[in-house]
Design a protein around this ligand. Structure first.
Ligand code: RB5
Length: 155
């Protein structure tokens, strides 16, 4: 699977471990930075990963910051991105099965690689169930489209 991964300074250490884990598992991984613990603004990194996923250059995205929260908010501003902050493998599974999430975000200051690896593995290996969940994901996309191109009555 083609995966774009990124982190800010607070997520750098965990991102490095997750990147190595994904490469060892045979994935095609693109690291968009950060490349050190030097301070960097997380929206810049989140946008890079989000745009790669939205454009189809990547199948999935993984982003790490201190909490995973800021990068999720930022990545979700890119049309087509469904980013979720996940703390357990069970939530990673549900985010794929029901929400067709395409970006997972991790809390580098709260979890270590022992917790992150199973989260990412489940996120990458679980299929979307479709069916009624497709209808709901389509409704999310419709909200997004309406925000991008408001109808005259909404202006
Ligand atoms: C950086 O200090 C921190 O704010 C960032 O990594 C992230 O947790 C933001 O949501």
């Amino acid at each position: 699977m083609r995966i774009h991964i990124g982190a800010d300074h607070a997520g750098f250490t965990l991102k490095e471990a997750v990147r190595e884990h994904l490469v060892e598992a045979g994935h095609d991984v693109t690291d968009v930075g950060a490349y050190s613990e030097e301070s960097v603004d997380y929206p810049v990194i989140a946008e890079k990963v989000g745009r790669a996923v939205a454009s189809g250059a990547a199948d999935r995205g993984v982003i790490v910051c201190g909490t995973g929260l800021g990068v999720a908010i930022a990545a979700n501003k890119v049309r087509g991105v469904r980013a979720v902050q996940v703390m357990t493998p069970a939530f990673a599974e549900m985010a794929r099965r029901h929400n067709d999430a395409n970006v997972v975000t991790l809390a580098g200051r709260s979890i270590g690689s022992d917790e992150a690896f199973p989260i990412v593995d489940v996120f990458l290996s679980t299929d979307f169930e479709g069916d009624r969940h497709q209808r709901r994901v389509d409704q999310i996309s419709a909200i997004e489209a309406a925000e991008a191109c408001p109808t005259p009555s909404a202006l």
